[in-house]
Design a protein around this ligand. Structure first.
Ligand SMILES: C[S@@+](CC[C@H](N)C(=O)[O-])C[C@H]1O[C@@H](n2cnc3c(N)ncnc32)[C@H](O)[C@@H]1O
Length: 284
């Protein structure tokens, strides 16, 4: 068994703990510079200072933060504390492996193979990274693109802030446009741009049925509205890829699932081990 500590007890640390092979790695502790986290646990693993974590003499330090600068600074801190073992950097692995995209690809291929009919939809398009992949997977199906294209709406931000879910601000993610997204799509003739505030932009679309939906609007109110609109309109076997279901940055998405389930009963939802806390909901 290799002995390991995870440096970084945030979203990436949580994902790292789920992903690593615990048959070969013995996870001793999380180390983090946030003193408010010390003394807590993630699952069964204790969270402590970086110094205390390294004093457990691990063989390997898994640096679990999103950006390179922070990753390098944590590694430098560990070295300055006398750690002479190996480093594994999650931000580097993420450059090569992307669980969420892989799931979207495999899900899309499986829907096609099994002949699940219906359109595609995305709520929360931004610059079209996911929309582009969906459009490439299904050249022959309409792709409904729901976004304000002006970032978060003040109505949603007000609810979000009032509940203390995230630090979202009106206009976050506004640096995009329908034209910019369309120019990135391999089959732009399939795109149906629904620009404006969701769920208002879904009015008049109640007869559309979906095979695959990406729900990525970050905040409680639009995610709940998205579940209310899309889930009953999935064809049997169709799926929603829900972003941020288990997210520390946008906990409102998980709360929206709770609210939906309270009103309508349990959703057939499977959490993914990606770095963003996504989940898949497959309609029976
Ligand atoms: C994280 S971004 C989406 C990222 C995108 N799925 C991708 O693949 O890169 C979230 C998007 O949700 C949109 N959004 C949030 N609330 C919305 C609402 N009520 N109506 C329409 N769009 C909304 C924002 O404008 C923003 O572009």
């Amino acid at each position: 068994m290799e002995r390991i500590v995870i440096l970084g007890a945030g979203q990436f640390g949580l994902a790292a703990l789920s992903l690593i092979n615990q048959e070969h790695l013995d996870v001793l502790a999380f180390g983090d510079n946030e003193s408010r986290l010390w003394g807590g646990h993630i699952g069964p693993i204790p969270v402590m200072s970086i110094e205390n974590a390294l004093s457990l003499a691990p063989d390997l330090a898994l640096v679990s933060v999103a950006d390179e600068t922070r990753s390098e600074s944590l590694a430098a801190q560990a070295r300055s504390l006398g750690f002479g073992g190996r480093f594994l950097r999650m931000h580097e692995l993420r450059r090569y492996f992307d669980v969420r995209s892989a799931v979207l690809l495999r899900l899309g291929e499986s829907l096609k193979k099994r002949g699940i009919p219906g359109a595609l939809g995305e709520l929360g398009v931004y610059k079209g990274d996911t929309a582009r992949k969906m459009n490439a997977l299904f050249p022959d199906r309409p792709l409904y693109l729901f976004d304000t294209f002006a970032g978060f709406d003040p109505r949603d931000v007000e609810k979000e802030n009032a509940r203390g879910f995230s630090r979202a601000r009106t206009g976050d993610f506004s640096d995009t446009s329908p034209e910019a997204v369309l120019s990135r799509l391999p089959f732009p003739n399939q795109a149906v741009v629904c620009r404006g505030y969701f769920p208002e932009t879904a009015e008049g679309l109640s007869d559309v049925r979906f095979a695959l939906v990406s729900l990525d609007a970050d905040l409680f109110a639009p995610i709940l509205a998205g579940l209310e609109f899309f889930y009953p309109r999935l064809n049997p076997g169709g799926a929603i890829l829900l972003h941020d279901f288990d997210s520390r940055r946008f906990p409102g998405a998980g709360k929206a699932v709770e609210a939906y389930e309270k009103a309508h009963g349990p959703l057939p939802l499977v959490p993914l081990c990606d770095l963003h806390g996504s989940a898949v909901i497959v309609h029976p």
